[in-house]
Design a protein around this ligand. Structure first.
Ligand SMILES: [Ca+2]
Length: 390
């Protein structure tokens, strides 16, 4: 490390290329604020940027919370493949979001590959967000990956370098519980099968009430799925976990697979526009989805790149891109051979009718309705994506 700026000798962490800026205790922040004036120019942009940031925080603190406090705290659970990686970029590069933890789960790829991909993506964003490895397989079933869709490494098999960092030692389930308990009001975004989240709410049911929003990319509400006609992959992969989560009392917001199709797909012109940004993240976002682009053409006949996880992230960051939604009880089929993993949505609210209470009574015990999103503003979703890749 270069010579420490004498004014900041007590804060060696500020001389490291950390992003976002480190969190400081109030006592150390006061110490730092007291030393801001007269930072020598020769100590580099990192110290100067930190000083500028904390100085502006001092100016603002009398009238509004500091910048870090205004950011929305997120926890992201992901089976990190190519569309997850783009969703991570959106959150990690957003000035409005602070990602407290990334937890990985077996899904599109093996969970250890998912952790490597999450760490690689974080490094691309100059982020030191901690990554915690989670479940190696669904609760009761063998793991079935989606390498045919995303490539063997989940990122289109372009031979990306191994990440420099390694995952944290703590398990994903412990990290989910601790992060929620330590940050009431946290927003949880799930981009993969719900195995980790199910285990967390089973172990500590009380965490459900401490989450402000739980945005779930998953399901095919009242429409066709992508694994079977009845089910979308994340829910189909571990239906028992999904059932536990939708019955847990978590404030579920369901971003179904249908929201990333049609107009929401990145068409060839959108792809060219993103590549024209010329940034490393823009190049990576398109390149790592090369395999997925071929796969969606085979699966649905649509030309372009389908990005379910980034759509979910855009909704988590700005719910006003939703153009129609309604609240309903949801449950997940776990027994049937034909409809395994189907997200059964009570769209007509027949469970509100007294005559039907006994038919679906178990669903009502301690349950709450989930927000189901039916349509989004595709132009605004793409604008949110572009903003994160420029
Ligand atoms: Ca995913």
């Amino acid at each position: 490390m270069a010579k420490l700026c004498p004014i900041f000798q007590a804060f060696p962490i500020l001389h490291q290329p950390t992003h976002p800026l480190p969190k400081l205790s109030n006592k150390r922040r006061v110490m730092l604020l007291d030393r801001l004036d007269g930072v020598p120019e020769q100590f580099g942009y990192i110290v100067r940027a930190a000083a500028t940031c904390y100085r502006s925080a001092r100016v603002l603190k009398a009238v509004e919370p500091d910048e870090e406090a205004k950011k929305h705290p997120f926890l992201i659970d992901t089976d990190t493949a190519s569309d997850d990686a783009v969703a991570l970029i959106m959150a990690l590069r957003s000035p409005q979001v602070q990602v407290l933890a990334v937890t990985t789960v077996a899904g599109n790829v093996d969970v250890h590959q998912a952790s490597r991909n999450a760490l690689y993506t974080a490094e691309l964003c100059a982020s030191n967000v901690p990554v915690f490895t989670g479940a190696e397989k669904p609760l009761k079933r063998a793991h079935v990956s989606a390498d045919w869709f995303h490539g063997r490494d989940g990122l289109g098999d372009h031979g990306y370098a191994p990440p420099r960092r390694v995952p944290e030692k703590q398990s994903a389930v412990d990290a989910i519980i601790e992060t929620i308990e330590g940050n009431p009001g946290l927003l949880v975004v799930t981009l993969g099968p719900l195995t980790n989240v199910a285990q967390a709410v089973q172990r500590k049911p009380g965490i459900a009430a401490k989450v402000s929003r739980c945005v779930v990319m998953g399901g095919a509400p009242c429409c066709e799925g992508n694994v079977t006609p009845a089910a979308e992959y994340n829910i189909w992969c571990d239906p028992e976990a999904a059932r536990i989560v939708v019955r847990s009392g978590l404030p579920i917001e369901l971003v179904g697979w249908h929201l990333c199709r049609g107009e929401a797909l990145l068409n060839p012109s959108d792809i060219q526009q993103i590549l024209s940004f010329g940034t490393p993240v823009a190049k990576f976002a398109i390149e790592c989805n090369s395999r997925a682009q071929q796969a969606i053409l085979k699966q649905t006949g649509e030309h372009g790149i389908s990005l379910p996880d980034p759509v979910a992230m855009a909704v988590a960051m700005d719910p006003s891109i939703i153009t129609s939604q309604s609240a309903h009880f949801v449950d997940v089929e776990t027994e049937s051979e034909l409809t395994r993993g189907m997200t059964v949505v009570d769209r007509l609210n027949v469970t509100d009718d007294e005559r039907n209470r006994d038919v679906w009574a178990s669903r009502l015990i301690g349950g709450r309705k989930a927000k189901i999103f039916w349509t989004i503003d595709s132009v605004r979703w793409k604008q949110a994506l572009y903003a994160s890749l420029k």
